[in-house]
Design a protein around this ligand. Structure first.
Ligand code: SF4
Length: 390
């Protein structure tokens, strides 16, 4: 007698795919991402390696037992690539893996790497979401960050994207920049809102070790805003965006109704995604897989039929559970206690015991209709609150 079919919940049978393009025109002063400037001659070979990786991973039993609802091409600057070659990678991916109907397909870009022809080529291969790294509309701020584009480039890029038919556009902006005031931030945000994108990712500038910015800060050549000034900028953000129809759904992300980012929600829910490309980190049912960071080494490994991984870590069930709680609390809806119990056979209420009770008593965490979430009072100090649940 055949075994009865086992129905797997959607969270166990669906996943996302991330492709990393580690090349940029220039290196921004604050950037610690795996991105390389001045290595454009490697791009074609690297994209060929990605195609090899796609073919290999698509045949893996894990991939064959999942369907995919999102493809996200990030960087670096993916739009630095020849659109025909990048389009081929995207098409290969969509053909090789089993995708759900109407997947979200996002490409990250920088304003001065877009053209009508490039945007049209992306639309033709199915890209339906564009993320533009604008960061600021202030010429002085863009210069201090070492960005290679101007505010005018950003406005033009946005107009070209609309003209090409992109109906789902995210703008990345940064606050807490050297010399930035709450008034200056409000001007940048007002200009961004006037373009009417569907989504905003708004991140505070972090000074990462070994970046040129870190050296400037350490040498006293650059002054960062104080904590109070940053808090004023955050107050400007929530006040301004809420009044213009954007809902905050994650600590740093805002969207118009219907335009939250499915790829990133999957990440914050700590579910599964495949990662292809140099330095990319995937998570397969709780196993973290990291690819070698250098694009040349990655390409060599692909062409010589070697594995691309530099590290694999299988999280214990409690470690995976804790990570899921912390990531999930970044979203304003919080985490579902029932879902956590279903996935991990652990309840946050018993697992965290007195620590969680204290956060509830202080009003920093709220238990509401089966969901645990950060209170509005906790959002400005989210990192300190989440650190107690690590
Ligand atoms: S464009 Fe992005 S990835 Fe490239 S150097 Fe600047 S911050 Fe880094």
């Amino acid at each position: 007698m055949p075994a009865p079919a086992v129905t797997r919940p959607a969270w166990d049978s669906q996943a996302a795919i991330y492709l990393h393009i580690p090349f940029c025109k220039t290196k921004c002063r604050y950037c610690s991402f795996n991105s390389h400037a001045g290595r454009e001659e490697e791009i074609a070979g690297y994209l060929a390696a990605l195609n090899t990786h796609i073919r290999r991973l698509a045949g893996h039993p894990w991939s064959r037992s999942h369907s995919f609802f999102s493809l996200y091409i990030g960087g670096g600057t993916p739009t630095i690539c020849d659109p025909a070659l990048l389009g081929q990678v995207i098409r290969n991916c969509l053909t090789a893996f089993s995708f759900c109907p109407e997947p979200e397909i996002t490409v990250e870009s920088n304003p001065n790497t877009l053209s009508p022809a490039k945007l049209q080529a992306l639309r033709e291969c199915g890209v339906n979401r564009l993320s533009i790294g604008v960061q600021s509309f202030s010429p002085a701020q863009l210069k201090s960050l070492g960005r290679s584009h101007t505010a005018e480039d950003a406005v033009l890029a946005f107009a070209m994207a609309r003209e090409a038919g992109f109906a789902n556009i995210n703008l990345d902006l940064m606050y807490g920049l050297p010399g930035l005031t709450a008034e200056g931030w409000q001007q940048t945000l007002e200009q961004a809102v006037s373009l009417a994108p569907e989504h905003f990712s708004l991140y505070e500038l972090m000074v990462e070790e070994k970046t040129p910015l870190a050296a400037l800060v350490a040498g006293g050549k650059v002054r960062l805003p104080s904590e109070d000034e940053v808090a004023d900028m955050e107050a400007v953000t929530s006040g301004l965006l809420a009044g213009r129809g954007y809902e905050r759904y994650e600590i740093s992300n805002y969207a118009r109704p219907g335009f939250t980012c499915r790829h990133n929600i999957n990440y914050w829910q700590n579910r599964s995604w495949l990662a292809l490309g140099a330095g990319a980190v995937g998570s397969l049912s709780g196993m973290k897989v990291t690819n070698v960071a250098d694009p040349l080494v990655y390409a060599q490994r692909m062409s010589s039929n070697q594995e691309p991984y530099s590290e694999m870590e299988c999280l214990s069930r409690p470690a995976h559970f804790r990570e899921t709680v912390i990531m999930g609390l970044r979203m304003l809806e919080g985490v579902s206690i029932r879902e956590l119990e279903e996935r991990f056979q652990l309840s946050p209420l018993t697992y965290y015991g007195d620590t969680l009770q204290a956060l509830l008593a202080q009003g920093l965490v709220v238990l509401d209709d089966g969901f645990l979430r950060l209170s509005s009072q906790a959002l400005p100090v989210a990192n300190q609150v989440l650190a107690q649940l690590v």
